[in-house]
Design a protein around this ligand. Sequence first.
Ligand code: MG
Ligand code: MG
Length: 627
Amino acid sequence: MENAIATVCLSGGLSEKLLAIAGAGFRNVELFENDLLSFNGTPREVRRMIDDMGLKTITFQPFRDFEGMPSELRARVFQRAERKFDVMQELGCDLLMICSNVSPHSLGGIDRASADLRDLGELAAGRGLRIAFEALSWGRHIYDYRDAWEAVRRADHPNVGLVLDSFHILARKTDLGAIRSIPADRIFLVQMADAPLLDMDFLSWSRHYRSFPGQGDLPLDAFMQALLATGYDGLLSLEIFNDQFRAGSARSVAIDGHRSLIAMLDQIQAGQPKGRRVGPLLPRKPKCLGTEFVEFAIDEESALRFERLLAGLGFGKTGEHVSKSVTRWNQGEINIVVNTEKEGFAHSFNIVHGTAVCALALRVDDAKAALDRAQVLLDQPFRQAVGPGELEIPAVRGLGGSLVYFTDPKSQLARVWDIDFAPLGGTGARQDAGLVAIDHISQSMRYEEMLTWLLFYKSLLDLSKLPEQDVLDPGGLVKSQVLQSEDGALRLILNASQSAQTLSSRFLDEAFGSGVQHIAFASRDIFATARALAANGVEVLPIPVNYYDDLEAKSDLSPAAIDELKALNILYERDGEAEYYQLYTHTFANRFFFEIVERRGGYRGFGASNAQIRLAAQARLNPLVVD
Ligand code: MG
Ligand code: MG
């Protein structure tokens, strides 16, 4: 199959859009009429520009309100179509895409529609052009692909074909079975779009919330399996109307689009007969085994304060890099790397972002395969010079310019701590706090970036997403999206807000960009951890007494149990028999903070009922300064 993308997906003017499309590796483009009309140049000049970029215009669209017009209007729509044909011939594009009629003047009847399609097909054929017909999910008479196909079938003209648009078909939950019996050569174009499941009218849902495959909740796999059953091997084109995309960078959105198609074709490859390849060959999704380390880029002065916090949290300094100013802090399976180098990646990162997480290292089952897969998915690999005998850890660029490293248990990478680090005897540790592993990592990003990073992680790793949640911050609404591996070895939370005053947005201002905002450590016994933190002089986020009064009223916890939670500022959530305990440190340098959690009885959530209490408590401690 050949990939394509519609100009309507992207922000900017026509030339910017085309540059982004070509730059992302597409060769085919759907030209939207408005992009042509708003371009300052003739269709011939557009044609030259498209040619020069190595692109091909596969369709000109949309042509609206055509079929089924009463006789007094019919001649006029045909004249209008002929003018589009003139433009297409100048553009060097041979396919006009017609959406089903929404006009109140239009008349129903499959035969009437098919007669119109046949007559226009005949005119198109005279000029060496073709037309393709799509059922809009809100079409007046034709809103079902099966009716659009019936109109095309009865038109019985080689220059008249069908458009299948995954959104219009899946939004109406139309049965997919009939796709399988459409002859592949009558499908002139397939348009791909995903969308979140929303309860709204089809038009608004389509115009604002479409997204790339894998970013939404529509059953695109089932659609693709039905399509492939026809033997279709033609154009697969992204047609996405999305407000976030139109506010984002055209370049990055175009790359996301290409990445989404590669990932989608990879996913459906599994169901194909032997020998049939539907997309590029890429290594299977690596399995996440956990977080190997989290690396902080930090200057020497801040590092002193940060290391005091780590020690207070029960970490010991257990290693020193053999050639760099980098130390390892360890507790349980958790490794924190503190990088105070004066050159290289971490240093540049620190200059731009201040004290921040500059890299996450994920332990996967095959690190090399992970990097290979990332490259096929158009992720950006990263390399920097390493000292003699040191490991080159595979890495790609992640959120906000940070890095994602991959280690695995089967190569030399498993020995990273022995090879790149000299052991220290756990100096600096105070009382062990019983922290055992990283439970989850929360990243904040600009609202427009959220779907980008969702796709990045989901296409690369074996993660699935939970439904998006709204969290109430005193400064506004925050969208929160969980991505996790089946067994919880890796849990990522993506947060974004359109309000400038939420903690999530303020983090972006402080840190000059997106990144890790908090890391949650799993504790063996959160009460023991809380007492160790108190003994070590680590301040925790104070939780208002009202919270505990309410907890007493709504839970069956004993007054003594509530008193203990209250004394230690621990938040509590119950889900059936499962329980969740949480506490938070103060925010470090107005940037990030740590959370301590304990899951009991197979608890799977993230304490959603406590999020608002926690955010309000943090806002009280870090009031927004308004001048
Ligand atoms: Mg469409
Ligand atoms: Mg959390």
